[in-house]
Design a binder for this molecule. Structure first.
Ligand code: SF4
Ligand code: FES
Length: 248
């Protein structure tokens, strides 16, 4: 395949970025999107030009490091896959592909296609954990029975990889889907009940402090989420928040 890439280039967080055009040839359908960028970078390095900086780690859809807004969609045109799992067979010979970083005030661009997503880590640190008794008297987790449906729903919420596509897809740059997944995975389990009140209040407060927008029930986040995190989690977080506020 012969393609035309229009890639966002930005020297640093302060610099003004712009889309630059790169023609590329010899791309095969079996290559992943990131392998296609590897080919481009090899060509740029051989020409003595600066390679395009982009985030990646596992390249297996697990870590959430890869991002990229591809032709206006977070993680590109396929569904339930991350950018690293996206294959070039989703594109046609002669296509023009526009590649940009995830756009949100709370995800400032560091360089080229890499954004700073530490705002997500700060939301997680505000309450996305359970305290455990490490005194030697720890209760075996299996000693507490958990309803099968709750266990399944909790597990599904826990599959959120913190990639940020939900924020990039949202017209308000809301982080409600991410935060609600992190709240839900504990809210559904007995182990998470102990700190439930502070958890939801603190995580939502941190989310607002980071500058993420509000949810207006558009649902774009659910469609673009590579892990199929459901909007039901947002409804659950709203219920948790209401009951925590009444207690507080
Ligand atoms: S909810 Fe989905 S889109 Fe948002 S961070 Fe988690 S995995 Fe990514
Ligand atoms: S590089 Fe880890 S999810 Fe894409």
């Amino acid at each position: 395949m012969k393609l035309t890439l229009k890639i966002w280039r930005q020297k640093n967080s302060k610099a003004k970025g712009e889309l630059k055009t790169y023609p590329i040839d010899g791309i095969e359908g079996d290559m992943s999107f990131l392998e296609m960028l590897d080919v481009l970078n090899e060509e740029l390095i051989n020409k003595g030009e600066e390679p395009v900086v982009f985030d990646h780690d596992c390249r297996e859809g697990i870590c959430g490091a890869c991002s990229l807004q591809i032709n206006g969609e977070p993680h590109g045109p396929d569904r339930l896959v991350t950018t690293c799992q996206l294959h070039m067979r989703m594109f046609n010979d002669g296509d023009t592909i526009v590649i940009e970083p995830f756009r949100a005030k709370a995800f400032p661009v560091i360089k080229d296609l890499v954004v700073d997503r530490t705002s997500f880590e700060r939301i997680q640190q505000a309450g996305g954990y359970v305290s455990v008794n490490t005194s030697g008297n720890t209760i075996d987790a299996n000693a507490i029975p958990v309803n099968k449906q709750d266990a399944d729903d909790s597990f599904n919420a826990a599959t959120c990889i913190g990639c940020g596509a939900c924020v990039a897809a949202c017209k308000n740059a809301s982080a409600m889907l991410f935060t609600s997944a992190k709240v839900s995975q504990f809210a559904l389990l007995p182990q998470g009940k102990v700190e439930a009140t502070e958890r939801v209040l603190n995580m939502v407060a941190q989310m607002d402090k980071e500058g993420f927008g509000n949810c207006t029930n558009t649902g774009a986040c659910e469609i673009e989420c590579p892990k199929g995190i459901s909007l039901e989690n947002i409804a659950r977080m709203n219920r948790e928040y209401l009951s925590a506020s009444l207690k507080g």
